[in-house]
Design a protein around this ligand. Structure first.
Ligand SMILES: NC(=O)C1=CN([C@@H]2O[C@H](COP(=O)(O)OP(=O)(O)OC[C@H]3O[C@@H](n4cnc5c(N)ncnc54)[C@H](O)[C@@H]3O)[C@@H](O)[C@H]2O)C=CC1
Ligand SMILES: O=C(CO)COP(=O)(O)O
Length: 388
């Protein structure tokens, strides 16, 4: 039976600090975790974490999960349905989250007591969420972002971990990897990568929180590299889906993945020269690229887009095929395109730029395989750009 936050809080350092209680050698510094987000991956992340907080003494058992409230067709609120059934009936039906996961539709109260904040929403909502959280979180809070995506501001690109740090003034690690949520939900083995900036101990704490026998997590000191891998592979997954929809076969798809990986690496290093080559060989790099191009939502919708000859928009296909879940690749392609055109790099990244132009209808889906034949960009794809 899960201990409640109030019960466990009585013998930890927070209680001692607040009430002047006596701390002895056996008093544990216990961390309280809140998951901000409750979509497909958010719900699986809460399940993973909740299985560990029950077993690890340094964490409170209870895990809060902030839910963007919505009304179900039955007339019940999503958060009530999650707490009644212990399942996210909309975004992860059929999977028990663990009795110690508590859904909370009130963002402020969900984060109030937490010193470990796990952010996992579609990236387009994060700026608004950060604004709402200013002044509402604990000063000693640490964050981790599981969000694959970026923002582009007037000043240039901004990774989601930086957005969190800038708005909330807290350190933010990232966790990315070959992590199709539905597979992890049924406890099939996978790996993930934590990226951290300076503090290895914090990274190890995040590894402890997420690691399970079926979810093997390792840490690397390369927050930008890890986050850019997770973000950029979604553009390549759109390209892979287009190739599937055009029935081009496996060799073409492999070529698209190879070219995509080169562009991921080149773009990451141009933005952040500190990005390490070795990061691309972690789960967050080549492994995530492969799994998303084989089985992800971006791939699936892009396949349908190409089969329809580009006549049905990605928005329409997303709404119809994903039922509330969100695609990240189409908006990431747009955001990356803005960076490329602003910096005069469009010609250096033919795959990234072609994906965006197909998504907005400027080019037909077939351009994903034609561009290399009909434009001089091919030589760059082939490897003439010196930084590739
Ligand atoms: N699903 C997956 O297999 C994986 C997803 N990710 C990443 O995790 C992040 C979150 O994705 P998922 O958990 O899969 O979400 P999702 O795409 O399944 O669900 C969409 C979520 O957005 C919420 N939402 C809708 N409107 C909102 C608003 N205005 N404000 C705030 N929230 C709103 C919905 O309530 C729902 O929780 C994304 O960056 C994704 O790329 C990473 C690894 C695997
Ligand atoms: O990031 C993912 C797997 O690691 C999921 O990718 P999709 O959003 O394309 O499903």
């Amino acid at each position: 039976m899960a201990r409640s936050f109030e019960e466990t809080n009585n013998n930890n350092h927070f209680a001692a600090a607040a009430g002047g209680g006596v701390e002895d050698e056996t008093t544990l510094v216990m961390s309280k975790v809140t998951v901000v987000g409750s979509g497909n991956w958010g719900s699986v992340a809460a399940k993973l974490i909740a299985s560990n907080t029950l077993n690890l003494d340094s964490f409170h058992d209870e895990v809060s999960m902030w839910v963007f409230e919505e009304m179900l067709p039955t007339g019940e609120k999503l958060s009530d349905a999650i707490n009644r059934t212990n399942e996210n009936v909309k975004y992860l039906p059929g999977i028990k989250l663990g009795q110690n996961v508590v859904a909370n539709p009130d963002l402020e109260s969900a984060v109030r007591d937490a010193n470990m904040l796990v952010f996992v929403t579609p990236h387009q909502f994060m700026e608004g969420i950060c604004r709402r959280l200013v002044g509402k979180i604990r000063e000693d809070a640490e964050a981790i972002s599981l969000i694959k995506g970026m923002e582009v501001k007037k000043e240039g690109p901004c990774m989601i971990s930086s957005l969190i740090t800038e708005h909330l003034g807290i350190n933010c690690c990232v966790l990315m990897g070959a992590n199709i949520a539905n597979e992890i939900a049924v406890e099939k083995f996978s790996e993930a990568t934590v990226g951290y900036r300076k503090n290895k101990e914090i990274a190890e704490e995040w590894v402890r929180l997420f690691n399970t026998p079926y979810f093997m997590v390792s840490a690397v000191q390369d927050v930008e590299g890890v986050e850019l891998c997770g973000t950029l592979k979604n553009i390549v997954a759109i390209a892979a889906g287009l190739v599937d929809g055009l029935e081009m076969g496996n060799n073409t798809k492999a070529a698209i993945m190879r070219i995509g990986l080169r562009e991921m690496k080149a773009f990451s290093k141009l933005l952040f020269p500190s990005v390490k080559d070795s990061t691309f060989f972690e789960s967050c790099g080549v492994a995530d690229l492969i799994t998303t191009c084989l089985g992800g939502r971006n791939r699936k919708c892009a396949e349908a887009f190409a089969r329809n000859g580009g006549k049905r928009s990605f928005d329409e296909l997303e709404a119809e095929m994903l039922q509330g879940q969100k695609l990240q690749g189409v908006s990431t392609a747009k955001e990356v395109y803005e960076v490329l055109s602003h910096r005069g790099w469009l010609e250096l990244f033919p795959l990234f730029s072609t994906v965006h132009e197909i998504c907005i209808g400027r080019l037909p889906p077939t351009a994903i395989v034609e561009y290399s034949e009909h434009t001089p960009k091919f030589s760059l794809v082939g490897g003439s750009a010196q930084f590739f």
